[in-house]
Design a protein around this ligand. Structure first.
Ligand code: ACO
Length: 325
């Protein structure tokens, strides 16, 4: 037995923030952002918005796409770094809003790799016979965690949600191979210092802007390219395919230059690479399901096609999954 994505949904806040809007806030230009990242717009939530409300809309669309009722779900996993509250999990808020009364729910904190980590947990539970249907979500309101005085980070990220319903299937369908990895020694490349036990909530934490995301962009870039290429090779080889067999490559939407560097190294270029970061920016854990759901809407893959997903983020965490759709 294996597991397969049987429904997809996406949702993003209505409000757009363009590069031109950012020019009015920080010392940057549309030209710099487009040339260095490929991003033109990102979506932003209203202050105080609940992440779980955005996740709810994406989840309802995924359930409708799958023809599955919320009560049929055994598990709800939400990959997020921007939860509704510190406790309880955003997944529990989502469960209540969906009325998924038969599911257990938890958040998976793996930054931009959160969706793939969650997908792997759902797959393992289904293969072990402990669940039949799971809802796997990536949902982020990163706009709440950005320092709008730091031009090197605030231009990169956006808000959005993507959801997938995962169900039992035959062994040669669905998730064919998956490889996850972490390197906690490199935690300081991308982090939010507090509030936490090391940096509790104090006036100093706030005045030093330690509640916002910090990233060493240039060094992160190099790790992102080599680590994502490495893990893509692992899953494609493990499943016994080559990159020529892929119908679509859906990479984490962090930076167009990272995506094109990986595509060139793997020999996957042109229409076989899905990119929507120009309109959403980097939505962290939501990036892959948001892209996969949009690729489905655009008819970029068909039933039976091979699709490769790859993620990379804070932790460091990274991973890849090869799916037969
Ligand atoms: N506008 C104008 N200039 C800027 C901006 C900006 N928004 N941001 C930085 N610059 C300047 C810098 O100050 C620097 O100026 P200097 O040369 O005078 O010092 C110059 O541009 C070059 O800066 P770099 O940081 O070297 O620029 P780089 O080409 O590396 O691009 C970027 C920066 C876009 C952040 C890139 O490094 C990147 O995409 N990194 C990887 C991000 C990633 O993959 N993150 C992982 C997931 S995120 C997560 O887990 C939550």
């Amino acid at each position: 037995m294996g597991s397969k994505i049987v429904g997809l949904g996406m949702h993003a806040p209505h409000k757009k923030r363009s590069n031109y809007d950012l020019e009015k806030i920080v010392d940057t230009t549309d030209g710099w952002i487009v040339e260095r990242t490929g991003i033109k717009n990102r979506r932003v939530s209203e202050p105080g918005a609940a992440n779980s409300d955005m996740a709810l809309v994406a989840s309802q669309k995924a359930l409708a796409d799958a023809g599955v009722r919320a009560e049929e779900l055994d598990i709800i996993l939400v990959g997020t770094a921007s939860p509704d509250m510190v406790l309880p999990s955003t997944a529990c808020f989502l469960q209540a809003k969906l009325g998924a009364s038969n599911a257990w729910a938890m958040d998976v904190v793996a930054a931009c790799s959160g969706f793939l980590y969650s997908l792997s947990v759902a797959d393992s539970q289904i293969r072990a016979g402990r669940a039949k249907k799971a809802l796997v979500v990536g949902s982020e309101i990163l706009s709440a965690l950005l320092d709008y005085t730091d031009r090197s980070t605030c231009i990169l990220f956006g808000d959005g949600a993507g959801a997938a319903v995962v169900a039992e299937c035959d062994n040669n369908e669905g998730l064919l191979a998956c490889h996850l990895q972490s390197d906690g020694n490199l935690w300081d490349l991308i982090h939010i210092p507090g509030p936490g036990t090391i940096n509790p909530l104090t006036p100093d934490l706030i005045s030093n802007r330690m509640m916002y995301l910090r990233m060493a962009g240039n060094e992160t870039f190099k790790h992102a390219v080599t680590k994502m290429c490495d893990v893509c090779h692992k899953v494609v080889a493990e499943a016994g395919y080559s990159f020529d067999d892929l119908a679509l490559f859906v990479p984490h939407q962090a930076n167009e230059r990272i995506i094109s560097a990986i595509g060139k190294r793997l020999g996957i270029t042109g229409d076989r690479v899905f990119i929507n970061l120009d309109q959403y920016g980097n939505t962290s854990a939501a990036s892959i399901p948001l892209a996969l759901a949009e690729a489905k809407i655009q008819g970029r893959f068909r039933s039976g096609d091979l699709v490769l997903l790859v993620a990379f983020g804070s932790g460091l965490t990274w991973g890849a999954a090869l799916l037969r759709m």
